[in-house]
Every structure is written in C-alpha cells, then in structure tokens.
Write a protein that binds this ligand. Structure first.
Ligand code: ATP
Ligand code: MG
Ligand code: MG
Ligand code: MG
Length: 563
C-alpha cells in the first residue's frame, strides 16, 4: 500500500551553520535545507527535496508548452564540432563553450544551447511550407564554462534548461510562434510564484521587440533593469548581447558623420534620435569590403569627463575579429571597458589606424571625426538602453525606476541567422527554396528554483509557494512515542495522502524545537502540528509558513481544508 513520506527516510542533510561560501539567500538556504550539494565549482547535485521542486517547475513548463503546441523531444548533449563550424559559433562562442575531442581527434562540444543541433535536425526533413510551423523543445542539462560560476544554482557550469526552437515559413509566422512562447513564459513565471518582468533585451529592427528577457525581481539579481510605471517600458541596462543585424542606412547619414562639427549634448542626442543621457548607442556599419564594424558611443556624463587631450574619445570601432580577440561576444554592444591602449585616441600611434571616433573637447562639446579614407556605409543605430533611475523614459518621458533582476528566461526572434548559414531551407508554395524563420526560447529550470527561493524566504528559511514546494504539507507530531499523538498524526497524513496532497511526516524522535526549525528551513507551505493539548479538544494546529498564521482545526477537517 502507498504510504506517506517520512523524515527518517529522507536524504536531506541539513546544516546548522551558514556555509561560508554562500553569499545569496538561495545558495545558503538550499545548502542548509539539504537540497543541494556542491561537487565542484559550478557543479551541484540536486538532492531529493530539490529534485521534487525541479520536477514541479518542469511540469509547469511542460503544461504551458503543450498549451501552445510545442513538442518535447531530446537531442544529444554532446554536439558535433562540425555543426558549430557551420554556424560560425565554434570561434564566436569563445571560451564558454566546453570543447572536447574523441579518440579519433574529432572535435565536440557539450551543448550550452542547441540552435545548431535543432537546425541540423530539421534541415533534411522539413521540406515543404505545408509542414510548418513546428516548435520543438527539450529539458536537459546544459554546459557553459562560465568565467565566474557562482551563487549556487544561479550561475552553474552545468545547469538544467528548457530550450525551444520554432521553425516558420515567414516573418509573421515566426512572430506568432515567438509571441506564443512569450505568453507561455509569462504564465510559467506566474505559476511557479515568481514576480517577473518581461524586459526588452534588444529593440532590433524586425519591428516590436525581437528579444525579451524574463527578469525575476530580486535584490540579489545580477541584472540591472530600468522600468516605467507609466507605460510599462522595461529594459535590461546590460541589454542586447543580441547579434546586430546590419542594414543599409539612409544616404546622407554618412556625410553628416564625416563633417567634424561642434554642438551641445542635446544636438548629439537629437542627431542620434535618443533621449539625452538615457541611452547609449552602438552604430553598426559596413565598410567598402562589406566587413561589419560596430561603433560604441558613450552617454553624455562620460562625454563631459573626456579631457581635452582625449579629444577623440575612447570609442572605438571594432571588427568582428577584434570583438572575438577582446573576448567580446560577436555583436555585443553597449558600454565596454576597452583594454589598455586600445581605447584611447590620446595614443598618437593609433590616430592613423582604422578609426572613427566621437569625442568631446573640454568645453563638453562633441564632434564626430572620420579619418582613414575608409568607405563606410552607415548601418543603423542600435538601441542599447542603459538608462538609470530618474532618467526620462524613452517611450513616454516619465521618470524611470531602477531594479535588480535574475534572468530566468529569454525569448528570441532569430530570423534566418542559423537557417541561412547552415543551409536549412524548405520549398514555398511556388517551389522556391527559402530559409526557415526561426525563434529560440530558453528557461533556466535550476536557476528558476534559486529565483523562487530568493523571492520566498525569511530569516528562518525557505517559504515555498505551493506550486513548487517539495511537499505541500508537513505533519509534525510533537512526540512520536505518545500513543495519542502518533496515531492522530499518522491518521491525518493518511487522509491527506488519500486526498491527493503531497505530505511528509516528521517521525523523528527530536525535540519540537528542532522539528519546527527544520520545517521552517525546508519551507513546506503548511505545517500540521499534532500535540496533546489540541488533540484533547479534537484539534490539530495548522501553521501557514508564509504568514506564520496558526489556527486550530478539527482533526477530521484538515484533509479537506488542504486539498
Ligand atoms: P546570463 O545573462 O545570466 O549569463 P544568458 O543570457 O547567457 O544568461 P541564455 O543563453 O539566455 O542565458 O539561456 C537561457 C536561460 O538559461 C537564462 O535565461 C537563464 O535562466 C539560464 N542560464 C543561463 N546561464 C546559466 C547558468 N550559468 N546557470 C544557470 N542557469 C543559466
Ligand atoms: Mg550567459
Ligand atoms: Mg543574459
Ligand atoms: Mg539570455
């Protein structure tokens, strides 16, 4: 017969003291509650309680994915290096990609994400527009050699991710698939109990948002966000690691840039079509050889700091190769700290190299200067929103607020980035071969658990929302040897079990204080305390973990109340 879970049989080695290495509440509490254990830097074992919570998060994800018609499957974690070469990411991904060789010296990578694998999967099998759209997803361990693995499950080197990929015949189709995923992501966050904000990651050119990150609001978050209460605008200040799509600019734009001139910061802002001080921008350009470059432009506070001798400013145009050389992800745009000697035009030796510079003189003016006889075609200005609290909202002008967030998920319109480079095409109604319009969608399942704990804890421990709690109810018999108390506790647990409630009984021969402390630490949403005094009145005590509220409930009513 099915029986309820017991604390005596549970592998959850709790810690009395705070582990020294754990800075964040989630890291500390997941370790202390015996839910995770570190095996090496950025590598964690999920112990039974954590695993139950993770399975619940996954169940919510699966349910929402089914709701939008996405199909679950699995591709190998180990990916062929050849695929990464085809997409160009073997070099572009940089040192975060965990690479290895087999005995025949063939190169492989442990998948950090699987755009290549899924594009490869469908390229020979989805042949006609009639078979589209298709959205596939998997829930699997991912590997990233993070520069600084830290904060427990928050930034691991191996972590659980749900990653999905959509294949559509046209841009409108892709946008629908994207919007479906975006909607599902918002519901997933809500259902697991996260207060999360969809934040613009790149306001790219396809129209509307091309990428949104879901940020769980938490002081412990690594991401900085600005948002507007008025119009709902929200952006990641570190925004847009998105690839930059180069487009031809309008004629005359280049001319404007080539003319050295003076003006105020307001002039510059007007020229850039950005709110003053609120944004930084990157300019994507292509040179005469069709080679892409990215130019970084500072916010005005930095412009004012530029000294006369640094007249040309520390803003440098970088080629694709340079971006990789300096350890920047291709297409990374936004404020960067340039390596010594690279950034400053005060270095005379660099004046004649292939530079464009935007600078300021000591009066705080700016001018744009071109050298180099190089023939550039202007691209587009790419919004990189780095506004701070108090800046005006670029949408409605109201003052922006700042917050910190944990990136729990990201949805992305990819367009034909992978399908084109990897030759993944289908036949349209006229029989013309076209590359798939793709989208990709990721949720950090294990990071989500950490984010839930960040948002739901107090000084005593975790306070899980019911949807992701390892068990919904803990029954706490104050004395397991008492022949009144134990039968009641056991009875209540059996009733709960029969009513479909996930219940665990603390059947340890411990003092009540120890049991209460562990129950609060592990964060079960409800505790049913069985003690002699209440039982005499036919009652047990129900404690709500989140509020601390306690009420006496009739023994026979507990199960129906909690189911
Ligand atoms: P971050 O900006 O925090 O490095 P990312 O933008 O590199 O994350 P994505 O490539 O968008 O991450 O991956 C999708 C999701 O996977 C993220 O939104 C996050 O929830 C999760 N994730 C990414 N890196 C890690 C990691 N090192 N440990 C745990 N979860 C991660
Ligand atoms: Mg990352
Ligand atoms: Mg990110
Ligand atoms: Mg991301």
């Amino acid at each position: 017969m099915r029986t309820y879970a017991r604390m005596t049989g549970l592998y959850a080695p709790t810690l009395k003291e705070d582990p020294a290495e754990a800075e964040l509440a989630s890291h500390r509490l997941l370790l202390r509650a015996g839910m995770i254990r570190k095996s090496a830097s950025g590598l964690y074992s999920y112990l039974p309680l954590a695993w139950r919570s993770l399975m619940k998060i996954e169940a919510v994800i699966r349910d929402e994915m089914e709701g939008i018609g996405a199909q679950e499957m699995l591709v190998p974690i180990l990916t062929d290096g050849e695929l990464w070469r085809q997409s160009g990411r073997w070099s572009a991904y940089g040192p975060e990609l965990m690479r290895l060789m087999d005995r025949h010296e063939r190169e492989f990578a442990l998948g950090p994400t699987h755009e290549e694998s899924f594009t490869d999967l469908v390229r020979n099998e989805l042949r006609s527009y009639k078979q589209l759209p298709v959205t596939l997803y998997q829930i699997q361990d991912k590997f990233r050699d993070e520069l600084r693995p830290r904060f427990g499950l928050m930034r691991g080197r191996e972590f659980i991710m749900k990653d999905g990929y959509s294949f559509d015949a046209d841009v409108e189709g892709m946008q629908k698939s994207y919007n479906d995923e975006k909607g599902a992501y918002a519901r997933i966050c809500e259902r697991v109990g996260l207060r999360a904000l969809p934040v613009v990651a790149d306001s790219g050119q396809i129209g509307g948002d091309t990428s949104v990150e879901f940020m769980a609001l938490a002081d412990a978050g690594e991401a900085e966000i600005v948002y507007c209460d008025g119009c709902g605008f929200a952006a990641d200040t570190e925004a847009a690691r998105a690839p930059i799509n180069l487009v031809e600019g309008e004629e005359g734009d280049l001319q404007k840039l080539e003319t050295p001139g003076c003006g105020t910061i307001a002039d510059l802002a007007a020229f850039l079509k950005v709110p003053e001080a609120a944004t930084r921008k990157a300019l994507a350009l292509v040179d005469g050889d069709g080679k892409p470059w990215v130019c970084f432009v500072p916010g005005d506070h930095e412009m004012n700091d530029v000294k006369a001798e640094h007249a040309f400013g520390a803003y440098h145009m970088m080629s694709d190769e340079e971006l990789v050389q300096y350890g920047l992800v291709k297409g990374f745009i936004g404020p960067i700290d340039l390596p010594e000697g690279v950034g400053s035009c005060a270095d005379e030796s660099l004046h004649d190299s292939a530079w464009w510079a935007i600078g300021a003189n000591d009066a705080g003016y700016h001018y744009v200067h071109a050298k180099q006889g190089r023939d550039f075609t202007i691209g587009r200005w790419v919004d990189v929103i780095t506004a701070k609290a108090g800046d005006r909202c670029p949408k409605c002008g109201a003052p922006l607020k700042a917050a910190r967030g944990i990136e729990v998920g990201q949805v992305f319109q990819l367009g034909t980035k992978y399908s084109e480079t990897m030759g993944a095409t289908f036949a349209d109604p006229d029989g013309v071969e076209k590359p798939f319009q793709m989208g990709c969608y990721g949720i950090g399942v294990s990071r989500m658990l950490a984010a839930v704990v960040e948002q739901h804890h107090d000084e005593h421990g975790i306070s899980f929302p019911v949807a992701v709690a390892p068990y919904e109810v803990e029954v706490v018999p104050l004395d397991v040897n008492d022949d009144v108390v134990w039968p009641v506790a056991s009875h209540v647990a059996e009733e709960l079990l029969a009513a479909g409630v996930e219940v665990i009984v603390d059947d340890r021969k411990e003092r009540p204080g120890v049991k209460f402390a562990d129950a609060d630490l592990m964060g079960f949403p409800y505790q049913v305390v069985c003690g002699k005094k209440a039982i005499k009145n036919g009652n047990v005590e129900l404690k709500v973990r989140a509020t601390g509220e306690r009420t006496e409930v009739a023994i026979d009513e507990v199960a129906s109340l909690l189911s």
